[in-house]
Design a protein around this ligand. Structure first.
Ligand SMILES: CC(C)(COP(=O)(O)OP(=O)(O)OC[C@H]1O[C@@H](n2cnc3c(N)ncnc32)[C@H](O)[C@@H]1OP(=O)(O)O)[C@@H](O)C(=O)NCCC(=O)NCCS
Length: 148
């Protein structure tokens, strides 16, 4: 049985979060978590969170809440999402998306966005499966939008 919870980063879960693939230097469709945490440190609108299953780190998600951003696609949504290899396919990604959606609702957003690499083995099918619709392209990536 899964018991997913979304929590803030802290000294107990930091190393578990950084250990989620991809490692630094590996080519992947998402940045290493350590990069995301560094970006969050210098980006006041970033919203990094850890997904726990019981006490075990199973995922990392970072949203961005920046309603005045001049680029509409960057005003609110998912910036990064990484799931632990052994926990993939168990609903961690879907849970993280739903948590970001709930936070968006609390903040008064009507939709959230995400950008993904359109490659065949990228995360497109996941995002479509959890409800995002393709709404455009930006910087060579596909833009997905989900009503909240
Ligand atoms: C993409 C990713 C976040 C999905 O996380 P996950 O926890 O394995 O996904 P879930 O178990 O919540 O899956 C939700 C649904 O999407 C489907 N799905 C997930 N990955 C899929 C894939 N690669 N192809 C097709 N369907 C997929 C699942 O089957 C599930 O469908 P269901 O609800 O009908 O059973 C995870 O594989 C990952 O971390 N990938 C590497 C990093 C990445 O690409 N991040 C996103 C970049 S922004």
């Amino acid at each position: 049985m899964s018991d997913f919870r979304l929590v803030e980063l802290d000294s107990d879960n930091l190393l578990g979060a950084i250990a989620i693939p991809p490692p630094v230097g590996e080519k992947a469709y998402v940045a290493p978590v350590v990069f995301s945490i560094a970006e969050a440190y210098v980006t006041p609108t970033a919203w990094p969170r850890v997904v726990l299953d019981g006490d075990e780190v199973v995922g990392f998600v970072m949203a961005n809440w920046d309603p005045d951003n001049e680029i509409e696609e960057f005003r609110g949504g998912i910036w990064r999402l990484n799931v632990v290899e052994a926990a993939k396919g168990r609903g961690v990604g879907r849970f993280a998306v739903e948590q970001v959606r709930e936070e968006a609702r609390r903040r008064g957003y009507e939709k959230i966005t995400v950008l993904w690499d359109p490659a065949e083995d990228g995360p497109e099918r996941f995002y479509l499966r959890v409800g995002f619709e393709k709404t455009g392209e930006l910087f060579g990536e596909t833009v997905g939008t989900l009503k909240v």
